[in-house]
Ligand binder design. Structure first.
Ligand SMILES: [Zn+2]
Length: 86
C-alpha cells in the first residue's frame, strides 16, 4: 500500500482493496464511508470510493470523452498540416 500521484491510497489488487473496504466500513465512525473499490486507470491500482457505481461510470465516460476529443484535435492538426482533408 502506497500513496500515488493520484493522491489516494492505492491497493495492489481488488481483494486487498475490498478487505480494507470492509475493515473501514466496520471501524470508521465517519459519516461518509467508502462504498466500493474501483480500478484506477491513472495508476492501475485500486482505490476506495464513496461514489455509487453510476457516478463512477459517469466519471469514466467523461474521461473517455475528453480523451477522444484530444485524439480528434490531434488528428485534425495533422490533417490540416498534411493537407489531407477531403
Ligand atoms: Zn490511482
Amino acid at each position: 500500500m502506497s500513496n500515488t500521484r493520484c493522491g489516494k491510497k492505492r491497493y495492489d489488487d481488488r481483494e486487498t482493496a475490498e478487505i480494507a473496504l470492509g475493515h473501514i466500513r466496520r471501524n470508521s465512525t465517519r459519516k461518509k464511508k467508502p462504498k466500493r473499490a474501483y480500478l484506477c486507470h491513472k495508476c492501475g491500482g485500486w482505490h476506495l470510493t464513496s461514489m455509487t457505481q453510476s457516478e463512477i461510470d459517469k466519471l469514466i465516460n467523461k474521461c473517455k470523452d475528453s480523451r477522444q476529443k484530444r485524439i480528434r484535435r490531434e488528428a485534425d492538426y495533422w490533417i490540416d498540416k498534411l493537407g489531407v482533408r477531403d
